[in-house]
Design a protein. Sequence first.
Length: 574
Amino acid sequence: MDNNEHRLLLRKLEREKAARKQAEKILEDKAAELYQRTEQLHEANEKLEVLLGERDSQLQGIFENIVDAYVVMDLGGNILRMNEAANKLFGFDHELEKVNVTSLIYPEDYVYAMESFKALTEKGYFTNYQARVLTRQQGVRWVQINASVVLDNKKRPIAAQGIVRDITDQLNKANALAFISEVSQCILGKVNLIEIGTAIAKRVADFLGTNDCIVYIKRPEMNALQQISAVGAKLNDYGTIVNPIEIPLGKGIVGTVAKSGIGEIIPDTTADNRYIVDDAIRLSEITVPILLNGELVGVIDAEHQSKNYFTEFQLGTLNTVSNLVALQLNSALDFEARKKSEMRNVKLLRQLERSNNELSEYAHVVSHDLKSPLRSINALTAWIREDNFDTLNTKSKEHFDLLESTIDKMEKLISNVLKYAAIDQSDEDFSVVDTGELVCDIVKTIYIPSRIEVQIPKRLPVVLASRVMLQQLFQNLMVNAIKYNDKEKGFVRICSEDKETFYQFSVTDNGQGIPPEYHEKIFKIFQSLNPDGESNGLGLALVKKVVEFYDGEVWLESTPGEGTTFYFTLSKKK
């Protein structure tokens, strides 16, 4: 090998050595960088694990402490996970037993639930789903569910999760408010007891979900409760219940509640010896009294075929409704009483009218039958007296005078009886009557001794009445005042006062006066204070009847030996 080759070889070796050193340097730098990156990645992984742990802990805390129930299930409906709220709601622990959600669905909502689950898997979520579920401790509950599907890393559904909120109380309150409002509206303005009771019974039955509800009313005259309405009750042609139930106060559950004034729930009627079976045995009963100011008006009673059916919430709502309807039912009872009273009054008025007509007819018949022979007796008496006048002695002539006087009194008595009987049957049209003018006409037609003065200090009023009846009224009082005035200077004074709704008249004299014990008696028919028999006892009875015909009153004030004042009023309405 020559020198040139040797030198070339050395240079090549030096270049290779330099390249190796440079490669080693690069390798050292890359190794250092890789180490640094590895350390950074390790540190990052540690931080990520911490963060993931914290996040998992947070999610677990949220899952466990969420207020609403949270449930995770597979696509077959098997429950995989539940929080504590869900355990409490449904009444079981999924870790201790396997449960499928289909066993929690209320039977009547099953089809709806299956359709909703199908929509969930197709759409991926649903919101505000509402249905009933079966719980082990709380019975049937209404829930609202917001749910979504759980997807794997290939976006395929593998499970479903949902938040379940118990809305039973919320719905109950809303339904109760709607129920109370509906009851209030349906009885508004009603006055018929049966209509009100029927409206109440129907709404209560709908609210409670039963087909058996009865409304009772207290009947004090029977000391019992009487059924006025019921769901599906048979009514007669008059709109009342056929064979209504009657329960004595204190008997049975209904009678006990009526007596105590406190509502009751009977969870099992077979265990309560107060239960009264009507058409069928029902296992639950709820009863509330209807009270107004602490007084019993009636009772609302409902039954259901299942045990433990009714709730305290329903009892409270029914108590509210009973307070609401108490006033309306009481008003209807008053209306019923008034209607019965009016019907009795109409019946009595018809009977009275019939009796008055019969009395009037009888009076006219009797008058005719009595007057005819009386006139014959009067004529025969006059003929006998005339034919035998010269042969009659003084005593016989006195007897004939007495006989004629008695016949005359008898005829006047019959005429007055007719007048008395005719007052209620008067069909004379009312007219404007000047009572002052009427009194002046009477003064001109009756006998007034010169020792007696008739006084009219002020103008008497004009009234709307029957002139004939007013003439009988004033004339009887004036004739009596004149007839029984024993003073040398006597007077009869007629006055009047204008009151708000009536006129008050007075007829005053300074005659004999009337003892207090006779102040009421003299207004009765055929009652007279005159022992000589000159009075027939009809005058003041006729006065009283005329005054009462005009819705007035008559009375007197008198001092024996000094005089008497008769007062009477005439209503302005007639």
